[in-house]
Design a protein around this ligand. Structure first.
Ligand code: HEC
Length: 110
């Protein structure tokens, strides 16, 4: 009993220690909703990126091997620029959703 209690306490402490850094490093796109971002990207952005590659997988554009973006602010600017250039009719909110999804899935800028 005593040892079960002790291991439960140890697990709880470990959870707190592991979670702390996540709480401290706020997501740069905290306002964005990644599941909305994923849908918006699929609807308005993916097909053109897909057409750029022989295997038609445009997501590799965001991989470490292909990407040109180097920071969260650069990424957001690019999403905004593409959205206005291709006239998708997004507000700041949609730009945040897509930036959030791209960053959570691929870039992981802090
Ligand atoms: C008609 C084609 C086309 C459409 C539509 C398009 N893009 Fe792009 N996108 C490109 C091309 C081409 C590049 C690569 C340009 C380069 O190498 O700098 C690019 C690059 C990017 C990059 C930079 C990737 C990196 O890390 O280097 C981002 C982010 C991006 N697009 C986001 C979007 C978003 C968001 C949308 C939808 C609103 C979108 N694009 C729609 C053609 C398109």
């Amino acid at each position: 009993m005593e040892s079960m209690l002790r291991s439960a306490v140890r697990r709880a402490l470990a959870a707190v220690v592991l979670a702390a850094p996540l709480a401290v490093c706020a997501n740069p796109f905290a306002k964005g909703d990644p599941s909305e971002g994923s849908k918006l990207h699929a609807k308005s952005c993916a097909s053109c990126h897909d057409s750029m590659y022989n295997d038609r997988n445009g997501l590799q554009l965001y991989s470490a091997d292909h990407r040109k973006m180097t920071s969260a602010s650069f990424l957001r600017q690019r999403v905004e620029a593409c959205a206005s250039r291709f006239n998708v009719g997004w507000f700041d909110e949609e730009v945040d959703h897509v930036s959030r999804w791209l960053n959570d899935e691929f870039y992981r800028f802090r």
